[in-house]
Design a protein around this ligand. Structure first.
Ligand SMILES: [Zn+2]
Ligand SMILES: [Zn+2]
Length: 285
């Protein structure tokens, strides 16, 4: 199985060295991993200015040498996107060669032009949840439309911080927004990820959950990636087998594997049946 959303100590909010994560990945049965450290541009974000490409690629070279033949390790990034900072994301991507890039929206842009606010519990304090979700999905649609990203991260991220329990979140309320996102994803050939971090939180589900995946499949979408959004080695690969089963039930037959920004669909059945020929285990890159 593939864990394509993993942070290392090259991210401001993670202390885990890459080698510890690689060892945990092998133990968990993960065959391909992408280190997707945060690349941020919003001044309000503590991560802005922290990312150091030279350090990242030097550490990546070390683990690739150490785990050669045992684990496929992709060069990745989780690039923050919003329409006000889009040119910075574009410039960054022009400069660096990755295997796989996630475009993630982390900020809420108030419609009155005020400063962007990190999506966090506090943004729900003085406004309707509908406003947050609609504005968020609008930015996701813009990210999908650029075609700059291989996949879109945690598509319904605000639910991670919304007040109440997961029962209070009803994706049907935003179906129109999701359909608009799917249209851009399919047009631009961009995938979206199932971010399994929600499965590690009581009362939450994967981001997004099965209803959204079904709509996407019904709209003709087929491009999905899987990632745990791990910030510690102990959560590598967590929730991915469950997610693969969920995808199959929703009508998705394959997940994507990447090399040099080029996708190869791999059968979910093969991934859930390890040690058979064609199980999706590629040679180590
Ligand atoms: Zn993120
Ligand atoms: Zn992340």
């Amino acid at each position: 199985m593939f864990d394509y959303h993993v942070h290392s100590d090259c991210s401001v909010d993670c202390d885990e060295p890459m080698a510890a994560t690689c060892r945990a990945a092998i133990a968990a049965g993960v065959t391909e991993i992408a280190f997707t450290d945060h690349v941020d541009f919003e001044p309000a974000d503590e991560s802005t200015g922290y990312y150091d490409a030279e350090r990242y690629f030097a550490q990546l070279d070390q683990v690739r040498a150490e785990f050669c033949g045992r684990l496929t390790i992709l060069a990745g990034a989780e690039v923050d996107f919003n329409t006000r900072r889009a040119h910075q994301a574009e410039t960054f991507l022009d400069k660096h060669a990755f295997d796989f890039v996630i475009g993630s929206v982390h900020f809420y842009l108030p419609s009155d032009g005020r400063e962007a606010e990190m999506v966090y519990p506090s943004i729900f304090a003085n406004r309707a949840s509908d406003e947050v979700y609609t504005a968020y999905l609008d930015q996701v649609r813009e990210a999908a439309a650029t075609g700059w990203f291989d996949t879109i991260g945690h598509m319904d991220f605000p639910k991670r911080y919304a007040p109440g329990t997961h029962r209070d979140y009803d994706p049907y309320r935003y179906r129109e927004s999701f359909e608009a996102v799917f249209q851009e994803l399919i047009r631009s050939g961009t995938a979206f990820e199932i971010n399994t971090s929600g499965l590690r939180k009581v009362g939450l589900a994967g981001l997004p959950g099965p209803a959204v995946v079904r709509w996407y499949a019904e709209a003709g979408g087929t491009r999905i990636t899987t990632g745990s959004d791990s910030h510690e080695a102990c959560t590598i690969g967590s929730g991915i087998p469950t997610t693969l089963t969920m995808l199959g039930l929703c009508g998705i037959e394959k997940v994507l594997s990447f090399r040099n920004r080029v996708a190869t669909p791999v059968s979910i059945t093969d991934l859930l049946t390890p040690n058979v020929p064609g199980s999706g285990v590629h040679e180590t890159a």
